[in-house]
Design a protein around this ligand. Sequence first.
Ligand code: CMP
Length: 136
Amino acid sequence: MNNIQKTLSIIKPDAVERNLTEEIKSIFKKNGFEIIGEKKIKISKEEAEKFYIVHQSKPFYEDLCNYLSSGPIFVMILSKENAVLANRKLMGATNPEDAKEGTIRKKYGLSIDKNSVHGSDSEENAKKEIDFFFSS
Ligand code: CMP
């Protein structure tokens, strides 16, 4: 049975700043994702804190929110069969040092913070994250 899902992808400030947006979009398309929503935005620290609220108790929360709000980001709704998992595989491990060859974070990630892309980690979070950026 087919299981077309939507997931949220963010091209983070380090990658937008290096003009990698089009290159990363083309990787998603080549891998069979349809980009059904997209926009370039800059968010405030308060918005970043809301977006990453699940990480509130983590030691890296403050730096993470400062970073996501430090420059323009490119947010996308991706659609594909099993999109949530497929996107996580294509992104690779959170730390680019651990990411496999051929993944986006291996290719472009600079560090665990500047790891170029974010992707929803479950279908439930994908719905919340898509709503966060695209409901208005
Ligand atoms: P992302 O998938 O956007 O989700 C949360 C982000 O926190 C993660 O990518 C990393 O960029 C960042 N981060 C910083 N330090 C850590 C850490 N020790 N473990 C996990 N994520 C971290």
